[in-house]
Design a protein around this ligand. Structure first.
Ligand SMILES: NC(=O)c1ccc[n+]([C@@H]2O[C@H](COP(=O)([O-])OP(=O)(O)OC[C@H]3O[C@@H](n4cnc5c(N)ncnc54)[C@H](OP(=O)(O)O)[C@@H]3O)[C@@H](O)[C@H]2O)c1
Length: 328
């Protein structure tokens, strides 16, 4: 497995990162463990989670994913780079969410406890918090890095201007800075190519995109006119994912992508992931699975860098998802 630096840092991460948000709701613990084992066998050393996971279960299940991962990591913590996140609501208490100093300091303790570790390699803000001044947030993150509880910090779901502002405030105040961004990115959602990715390249911010297969839509297994399945039926996340991708235009695009994968002798999964890997700003896409065997096609993407002509055709075919209303 190739390892690369996370942005301008000295931290080496595997070229694919394993996402865990299926663990504890969609997947039971034995299945989650089998997915972790398969990823580790495939050479993946970079694992992404979040305090609010699993996806789909809401407040009642928040924290379960980190607990499962923590049990699996016991005895091998130092063999993996572990990334987690805070921001989402962890209880009904009004202050138990967001990017305030209060919540960040509470949230990190919860994650450390559930993960069974005394340090987090990459601590990410799961989203921007317009109600908290960025200086307050950066001050709390700076304290965490100085205390040794956290090694690097990053953000997720930030717009380019929000990341640019955070980088500027870190510079001006001599505080820890965002060394990674975790945006949504796939052939059906390309907005970040316009501003966020160029910013990350210029500033040396690592990019670890999530949802590279559009929740499975880009595997080609879903068909318009059929009832939603898998990710698209998952608890309180079903509406979000159907809203993003369960549309006639998307099914038509996927149908036009399929012959290109066939011509290249690739699975839809490998082709779609290779396309994400092919963007020069991308450090390590975060792959997801609900069964261990699904990882095989994702791992295969690493062995099949896209031919430039295929990349050009994919770029052209999915251009509407780079801008405008098509990019939901
Ligand atoms: N920061 C954020 O806001 C955010 C948001 C979302 C995700 N993430 C992170 O990114 C990770 C990955 O996101 P994601 O799960 O949305 O990624 P994804 O790669 O777009 O979707 C993964 C899903 O695709 C389907 N799939 C994967 N391989 C397949 C195969 N070979 N054949 C058929 N279907 C296949 C499975 O869905 P089914 O089997 O269920 O159909 C699987 O759960 C998460 O675990 C999490 O760590 C972060």
């Amino acid at each position: 497995m190739e390892h690369v630096a996370l942005g301008r840092t000295g931290l080496q991460v595997s070229r694919l990162c394993l996402g865990t948000m299926t663990f504890g709701f969609q997947c039971d613990e034995p299945t989650s463990v089998a997915i972790l084992d398969r990823a580790a066998e495939g050479g993946i050393t970079f694992i992404d989670t979040a305090d609010v996971y699993p996806l789909g279960g809401g407040l009642e299940t928040a924290g379960r994913t980190e607990e499962i991962l923590g049990r699996w990591l016991a005895g091998r913590r130092h063999d993996f780079i572990v990334a987690t996140k805070c921001f989402g609501a962890m209880s009904r208490r009004r202050w138990d969410r967001g990017n305030s100093r209060k919540h960040i300091l509470d949230a990190v303790e919860g994650s450390l406890r559930r993960l069974g570790t005394d340090y987090i390699d990459l601590y990410q803000l799961h989203g921007p918090d317009p109600e908290t001044p960025i200086d307050e947030t950066l001050g709390a993150l700076d304290d965490l890095v100085r205390s040794g509880k956290v090694r690097y910090v990053g953000c997720s779901n930030f717009l380019a201007y929000q990341l640019a502002r955070a980088l500027g405030r870190s510079d001006a105040r001599g505080l820890v800075r965002m060394d990674s961004a975790q945006p949504r990115y796939n052939l059906l959602f390309r907005q970040i190519e316009r501003e966020l990715l160029p910013l990350c390249q210029e500033e040396g911010v690592g990019v670890i995109p999530y949802n590279p297969l559009a929740g499975g839509m880009l595997s080609g297994k879903h068909r318009g006119g059929e009832p939603p399945a898998g990710r698209f039926t998952l608890g309180n996340a079903a509406d979000i994912y159907q809203g993003r991708y369960w549309h006639d235009a998307v099914f038509e695009t996927v149908a036009r992508l399929e012959p290109l994968a066939g011509e290249a002798g690739l699975s839809m999964v490998a082709m779609s992931l290779a396309w994400v890997l092919g963007h020069p700003a991308v450090t390590s896409p975060i792959i997801g699975a609900s069964r261990p065997d699904q990882l095989d096609q994702s791992l295969a993407a690493l062995d099949h860098p896209l031919d430039p002509e295929l990349k050009r055709r994919l770029d052209e075919l999915t251009l509407p998802y780079r801008m405008g209303d098509a990019a939901r």
